[in-house]
Design a protein around this ligand. Structure first.
Ligand SMILES: Cc1cc2nc3c(=O)[nH]c(=O)nc-3n(C[C@H](O)[C@H](O)[C@H](O)COP(=O)(O)OP(=O)(O)OC[C@H]3O[C@@H](n4cnc5c(N)ncnc54)[C@H](O)[C@@H]3O)c2cc1C
Length: 500
């Protein structure tokens, strides 16, 4: 069993397919009509579409391309989106839920077409996705979603009363697929490279300044790129004082475990009952289970989350052999619809692409199509527009986010006690007062301590120690830092401050 965090890399089933493209860092000032920030699935698909339109652009990524959330996903490409259709019906209305369905169906077909057209070898395998449940509450969700979709989609009720996957009711969506996301993204990058697109790695956008109608974008705190338009596809939006995205989107952590097994499954399964989990095949004797989603920075009991998934695996096959464990996080808009459109009223030349809520493959492809429409002056998808009124569509989530913010900006800062460094276990971390400063202390060896300021570089929130993954997690917006304070996941763009 492996949980490896090497610097900012955690090993997964996909790691062996990473390709080194040897792309340059930004090392001089330059101008571009369009700058794409982010080389995950969203940024790459925007780049792919721009190349198709012969538009000039530059794409930058803070890390290597295709190593963000998209490389840690479980890569079911499906429109069977958990209970999302019901959520959209509740928070908006039935017609929005149907619009969402149409958009995802289109997204699914766009990826299928690209794989075919570009002859991409990405372990494509067509399968059904089956959403299933045993609890009454979730059976109702299945029934409500069937009622909404069955006129448009070839879906059917299914039941299973044989172990290991027995459930009272399921909904089968045929002709979905699974694939290898890293192989897919590698192929897209190779197409871009072949077409002489300007791609940069290890080029972190540290500041965006508006200059008239265009922008000065600072890279690695050193060089400027001047851009007329920006496509912000960096997963969580970069901070801007005049928007409230930090209050409209939260980050949810999700776990995955791959395991060797003799168990054969012939579809992707999504279990709606707690603990939420989903299951897909990887190869002939490997399955991946994912799930246990929850707000980042709320609980550090990750062992428990991995254990729940592992327990589930042993229920499925007591002889299974655990291979890799990993986690990542995704942006969850509180009103359950992605955001694709103008960043803010005063920044119409920045197009934001975010909020895929665990279903990033269909959403990113439809988002990239909408981005081109917006650039071409055609109104983007109304459903995903960024200036929609969201805060009170899900009062419970809004209040929870406000409570988190108050806790992490105020209460948990007042509550820090002194602690004897010697009581910290080697290889572990602790939030404590050190020399009167609210600090994060990691004990590397008997006499070596890494001491950082307990202040997230995104918006100043407090952090907590996650002892399984050995990382510091922000209590508010989902930033994650390694034990040395280096950013692993944004929205923070700079490392934690060291205390000497
Ligand atoms: C555990 C898990 C399982 C999932 N499973 C599925 C699934 O089965 N099917 C599905 O459809 N979806 C799934 N998703 C969702 C999907 O993986 C994501 O929605 C999608 O990958 C997000 O793509 P992205 O391009 O927005 O983000 P990323 O892939 O994270 O790309 C963003 C890029 O921006 C870069 N960046 C960030 N900040 C900066 C900056 N300041 N400057 C420069 N670059 C920057 C990052 O380095 C990164 O490379 C899953 C998500 C999780 C968490």
């Amino acid at each position: 069993m492996l949980i490896l965090i090497l610097g900012d890399m955690m090993e997964t089933v996909w790691t062996k397919d990473y390709q080194d493209f040897n792309l340059p860092k930004v090392k001089e000032e330059t101008h571009t009509p369009i700058l794409i920030i982010g080389g995950g699935i969203a940024g790459l698909m925007c780049a792919y579409n721009l190349r198709g339109e012969n538009k000039k652009f530059i794409l930058v990524d803070a890390k290597k391309l295709a190593r963000g959330v998209s490389a840690y996903t479980t890569a079911q490409v499906s429109i069977a989106h958990d209970n999302l259709y019901e959520e959209i019906m509740k928070k908006h209305n039935k017609s929005k839920a149907l619009e969402y369905y149409q958009s995802q169906l289109e997204g699914l077909n766009i990826i299928k077409d690209i794989i075919k057209k570009e002859k991409i070898d990405c372990d494509y395998k067509e399968e059904s996705t089956i959403i299933h449940a045993n609890l009454d509450k979730n059976l109702n969700t299945i029934i409500n979603q069937y009622d909404l979709l069955h006129n448009n989609q070839n879906i059917k009720y299914v039941k299973s009363n044989s172990k290991p996957l027995d459930f009272r009711l399921g909904l089968e969506f045929p002709n979905q697929f699974i694939f290898n996301p890293v192989k897919y993204m590698n192929s897209i990058i190779n197409i871009l490279i072949k077409n002489n697109c300007q791609l940069y790695e290890e080029s972190n956008v540290t500041k965006i300044t508006k200059a008239g109608d265009s922008y000065e974008i600072m890279i690695n705190d050193e060089y400027y790129i001047y851009a007329d338009k920006i496509i912000m596809a960096c997963h969580y939006p970069i901070k801007s004082p005049d928007n409230l995205f930090f209050a409209k989107i939260y980050q949810s952590k999700s776990f995955a475990v791959s395991f060797k097994t003799k168990l054969k499954i012939n579809a992707n399964y999504v279990n709606l009952d707690p603990p939420y989990y989903y299951l897909r095949t990887y190869d002939k004797d490997t399955l991946i289970i994912g799930g246990c989603d929850h707000f980042t920075g709320v609980s550090t009991n990750n062992k428990n989350y991995y254990d729940i998934l592992v327990q589930k695996i042993y229920e499925l096959d007591k002889d299974a052999k655990i291979e890799y464990k990993w986690f990542t996080e995704d942006c969850m808009p509180i009103d359950s619809l992605p955001y694709v459109g103008y960043f803010t009223c005063s920044n119409p030349n920045i197009i934001l692409v975010t909020g895929f809520q665990k279903w990033g493959f269909t959403s990113s492809h439809i988002a990239a199509k909408n981005v081109i429409n917006i650039l071409n002056g055609v109104e983007g998808n109304y459903l995903f527009k960024t200036n929609r009124w969201t805060l009170f569509r899900d009062l419970k989530s809004t209040l929870r986010m406000i409570a988190h913010s108050i806790d992490s900006l105020l209460i948990s800062k007042l509550n820090i006690s002194k602690y004897d460094l010697n009581y910290i276990k080697i290889g572990s971390g602790k939030v404590m007062k050190y020399k009167g400063i609210n600090s994060l202390v990691y004990r590397e060896s008997k006499h070596k301590f890494i001491i950082l300021k307990n202040k997230c570089t995104h918006m100043g929130c407090s952090l907590i120690w996650n002892d399984i993954d050995k990382v510091w997690e922000s209590k508010c917006h989902g930033s994650i830092f390694d034990k040395y304070g280096k950013v692993i996941y944004g929205p923070a763009t700079s490392d934690l401050e060291k205390i000497n």
